[in-house]
Design a protein around this ligand. Sequence first.
Ligand code: TYD
Length: 408
Amino acid sequence: MTVPSCRICGTPLHTFLDLGHHPLSSAFPAPAEPLAGACDAFRYRLAVGHCERCALVQLTDDVPHERRPYEGYPYHSSGSATMREHFRATGRRLLRTELRGHRAAFAVEIGCTDGVVLRTLADAGVRPLAFEPSGRCGYGGARVHRAFLTAASAREVVATEGRARVVYAANTVCDVADLPELFAGLDELLAADGVFVFEDPYFGEIVGRTAFDQFYDEHRCYFTATSVRALAERFGFRLVGIERLPVHGGQLRYTLARAGRRAPAPAVADILAEEEARGLTDPAVLAAFADRVDRVRRDLVALLEELRAAGRTVAGYAATAKSCTVTTYCGLGPHLVPYVCDSTPAKQGRLTPGARIPVRPPAAFGAPYPDHALLFAWNHAAEIMAREQAFRAAGGRWILYVPEVHVV
Ligand code: TYD
């Protein structure tokens, strides 16, 4: 067996969590697809490790590139009102900070969102461009360079556009297979005083909330301030800014500048010290985390079995990528969760990956309401619970499993 090694420095990884073999989180088969050969038949080992040298937490196994669906992928990053507002606010914040006094600047977003940030920048006069290999997103009319950000693709763009003042990415860097190549691309693309701003799920929150469902094929790395500082320095950059974000269960937004161009803001040292004190990658901390993950599995299965035995009805709410980790690791299927309602048209009428739970449109949720709803989109709990007040009023109860299994 080959020992998994760090994707940055090649040091053997310490595996601290092994959740077994999982299907791809975006492989929603049609009900008529026979099991053999169906899009969800492929399995990879979902295990997480960390590198002692760079402190980078990462999946130990990589899903081969050709296995990953880029066309027709059913994700819309601003499908929730909270996220749309988050991205609008992000655009406004970039205008107030990095783009202040540079309204005609060139700015780039890498990876897939619906273009809310770029649209906000474009409305203020900034020239936006998206790097997106699939072209699967609307980008609100922004121009799309259909490529990953690499040294070569960056050079092509710089030849016609010049260098970028800001490069931004949300929920994308955690998914990048070749981080050295990404940094080579940034080196070509960024102006001398340009910045790279990116936000991703924070490993500190994953541990703090036992949010193991953040682990799935599309998130290859789980960053901390400590690991981002090391990553930046390895490639000639410096971590100069950091901000906590409440979205998606707790994220950090990092600002990287070229080495020697800017002093780090005080928040950087604060979070680094906090991470050191928490011992985020200490074996004992990680072992306790793995124990809590196992506890969630046992408690969730026990609760759902109890409800079934009592004749209570249960539905899943939101067929998220995260839910694939939960259903697979916990062995949930239609016997415990007969259907799941989801707002993504491309998922409706299909089955969830591996667990093969039928996906129904949101209108099915109230027709009739189940006794209990298992909230797979717990990161949008406030927005969803506010919208679904009639469910609670009708006696319905939410089942949450973050930070532990509980019913509200
Ligand atoms: P998200 O938390 O962004 O999920 P992921 O784990 O997939 O990254 O939620 C997106 C999914 O949740 C998508 O399938 C749509 C669904 N969803 C609903 O069905 N209703 C809702 O109110 C929200 C916010 C999401």
